[in-house]
Design a protein around this ligand. Structure first.
Ligand code: IVH
Length: 676
């Protein structure tokens, strides 16, 4: 038993245990590849601390039991850095990197630089000093010359070795203390459950943790450390890249995301790759750092003011920012959808200033408990429309009130309606001025009727002044040219331009007109299918829900919406007026798409088809680029043979023409529809 151990054998056992625990810590915290389970690990630590308890004089400061040895301190003693901790010149644009490269090349000529690109971790810079392989001091950057001695706190970070065997003399390791996003979120939800104040982001939370006066508290927080700099005067590396390899060999965690580059183009490529991959990383980065690789080159280049001439931070445009939510407004869409919109204190994010962001719907606001006056996180995602992605609860002002969604339409005052099971709320008044405006805007937009000269402001004005109440009124405007030119700021020229734009729109194709009507669920491509299927407005008005059954690409939700739209008397009247105004209300001669399974093919239909009419089959073949002929000849490419096919089928066989049955025909059509 331990008590019978001699000092000598105890010392040997202690050394073994410590080495084993260090090795397991390294595997677990740095390599993320543990080789024993927690229980076995705990047993080693227990044995170590029991043994140290018996032989207190054999306890060394670098023993794994000593990570959390210290009592709380009032203040952190200041330390002067051996070599100042510089900061980096920053940029967001390639031109600055090119200028940096030019300066480096000039400074080093005739030598040519090589660079190492690495990630710019969004954490807190720290310096670690080892004397003869023992961690003797850990400090913050402070003002660059002197920082705080936070050795006790840094010792609690398991990814920081307390000891690096075999290293003589004094070395300094610099790197970043940070928190992973998942750890940060877990910690924050625990804090929330305990009613404690929440941290804003992983970086602030790492910074706050390092400032804690009690290392025992620090030890409970999930801090990480990544090393990116080594100063080793004795037998040190000659390049930065070798330094990183050496750090890894010493047991530090070093990022694998690094690349040696020799041109700006390569640097930019790495920057783009990392920018695209940043969301997938478990921690936050805010750019890349480009460093001259050769240490003697670094020395030759030196530093200006507070930053070295041999490195630059090439940052990503931040796609998130915090700002104050000044108000929540409601926007009414053309089909009456009420969208809550955040009115924000303007903030620069992702390359532009944002003052509006979507809040989606009532449910979204409720689930995040977003309140007017809150500090919110604004995010630019893949799409252009910014959104409010969260609330900084820690900054919520006392007395804030739970947000109540509008009960009445802010534009027309009618009561709002939220269908059972739907997230959206609607204003159901078709005559609501906001809806009228949106419908007209949509009608005149690019993919629709594309009316030049009818911008948003003009639509507003025309609606407000009562010149137009629906899209058909646009085509009667020419009779009121005089009244129009009397409006403030509307010269004869601008009126003529507007009327000209409206005139030109009369010849837009039938499918564009259908899209322009703004029928719910009818986008540009569905409009094409519908125009194709119906052939004319007249026929479209007579179609029932069932008539759409066989049209692939038009499901029940769409057909219902179409039938519903045309069942409405005012909509019927509207399209009749548009038709009377001379707009195109039938599908034109189909232009043949260059691609598609039947592109350029001559097809003959023979026999009876079960699932679709001859006409429909013909239309579908033409829609995917083919021609339908009535008789089989040498120029026929394909024959679709239905039930009881007779002489045409025989002729096709005779000529060796490919014949398919209805099932195969449908399959091809289906495939085309799903590709479209
Ligand atoms: S090198 C003189 N490398 O960025 C060289 N810094 O202003 C200075 N940082 O405070 C540091 N990742 O906290 C370097 N791979 C990296 C880095 C990095 C993050 C931080 C560091 C420093 C700031 C530069």
């Amino acid at each position: 038993m331990p008590s019978r151990l001699t000092r000598t054998s105890a010392r040997a056992r202690l050394q073994k245990l410590r080495a084993a625990i260090r090795d397991h810590d390294h595997r677990y915290y740095v390599l993320a590849q543990p080789s024993i389970d927690d229980e076995a690990y705990d047993a080693l630590v227990r044995e170590l601390s029991e043994l140290e308890h018996l032989f207190p004089d054999l306890v060394t400061p670098d023993s794994p039991t000593q990570r959390v040895g210290d009592q709380p301190t009032r203040t952190f003693p200041p330390v002067t850095h051996d070599v100042p901790m510089l900061s980096l010149a920053n940029t967001y644009v390639e031109a600055d990197v090119t200028a940096f490269d030019d300066r480096v090349r000039t400074g080093l000529a005739p030598d040519r630089p090589r660079y190492v690109c690495e990630l710019k971790y969004d954490g807190i810079a720290v310096s670690l000093v080892y004397d003869d392989g023992r961690l003797v001091r850990g400090a913050t950057r402070g003002d660059g010359t002197a920082g705080d001695d936070i050795t006790a706190n840094l010792r609690t970070i398991r990814a920081i070795p307390l000891q690096v065997p075999g290293v003589k003399g004094r070395i300094e390791v610099r790197g970043e203390a940070y928190m992973r996003r998942d750890d940060f979120e877990r910690m924050n939800s625990e804090r929330e459950a305990a009613g404690e104040k929440l941290f804003v982001n992983p970086r602030n939370s790492a910074a706050g943790t390092l400032k804690l006066q009690d290392p025992r508290e620090v030890a409970k927080r999930p801090l990480q450390f990544v090393a990116y700099g080594l100063r080793m005067p004795l037998r040190g590396p000659s390049t930065h890249h070798d330094g990183l390899q050496k750090l890894r060999a010493m047991g530090f965690s070093v990022s694998r995301h690094l690349r040696r580059c020799s041109t700006v183009a390569e640097i930019v490529e790495f920057w783009k790759e990392q920018g695209a991959g940043r969301e997938a990383l478990p921690f936050d980065i805010d750019g890349i750092v480009v460093k001259v690789d050769e240490l003697r080159h670094q020395e030759r280049l030196g530093a200006i003011a507070k930053s070295p001439r041999w490195a630059i931070a090439f940052k990503f445009a931040s796609r998130k920012a915090e700002t104050r939510l000044q108000d929540i407004l409601f926007q009414i869409g053309r089909v009456g959808t009420v969208t809550p919109v955040a009115d924000l204190e303007p903030v620069f994010v992702g390359g532009s200033t944002v003052s509006r962001a979507t809040l989606h719907n009532e449910e979204y606001i409720r689930s995040l408990d977003i309140r007017v006056g809150d500090t919110v996180v604004v995010e630019k995602g893949g799409d252009v429309i910014p959104k409010v992605s969260g609330v900084v609860l820690a900054k919520r002002q006392p007395g804030s009130k739970v947000f109540r969604f509008a009960k009445r339409c802010p534009s027309c005052g009618s009561s709002l309606f939220r269908p059972e099971g739907e997230a959206n709320t609607y204003c159901e008044n078709q005559q609501c001025p906001a809806q009228i405006r949106e419908r007209i805007r949509h009608f005149s937009s690019r993919g629709a009727m594309d009316i030049e000269g009818l911008g948003d402001a003009i639509v507003d004005e025309l609606v407000t002044r009562g010149f137009i109440r629906d899209v058909a009124d646009l085509y009667a405007l020419s009779q009121r040219a005089e009244d129009l030119s009397e409006l403030d700021g509307w010269g004869k020229r601008s009126v003529a331009n507007l009327l000209d734009g409206i005139e030109q729109s009369r010849s837009r194709s039938f499918d564009r007109l259908l899209f322009a009507l703004g029928i719910r669920h009818v986008g540009e491509s569905v409009a094409k299918l519908v125009a194709e299927h119906a052939g004319s407005l007249e026929r479209l008005l007579s179609l029932t829900h069932d008539d759409f059954d066989e049209v692939s690409g038009i499901g029940p939700r769409i057909s219902q919406s179409i039938v519903h739209f045309f069942a409405d008397r005012s909509n019927r009247r509207l399209v009749e007026r548009l038709s009377a105004a001379g707009l195109v209300v039938r599908a034109g001669p189909r232009s043949r798409p260059a691609q598609g399974p039947f592109a350029g093919k001559t097809v003959v239909l023979t026999g009876g088809l079960e699932s679709l009419t001859r006409d429909d089959a013909k239309r579908r073949i033409e829609a995917s680029g083919g021609r339908v002929a009535s008789s089989v000849s040498a120029r026929t490419d394909l024959v679709v043979a239905g039930a009881d096919a007779g002489s045409k089928l025989a002729k096709a066989r005779e000529l060796g023409i490919r014949v398919i049955d209805e099932a195969e025909f449908l399959k091809i059509l289906e495939e085309t529809a799903s590709e479209a």
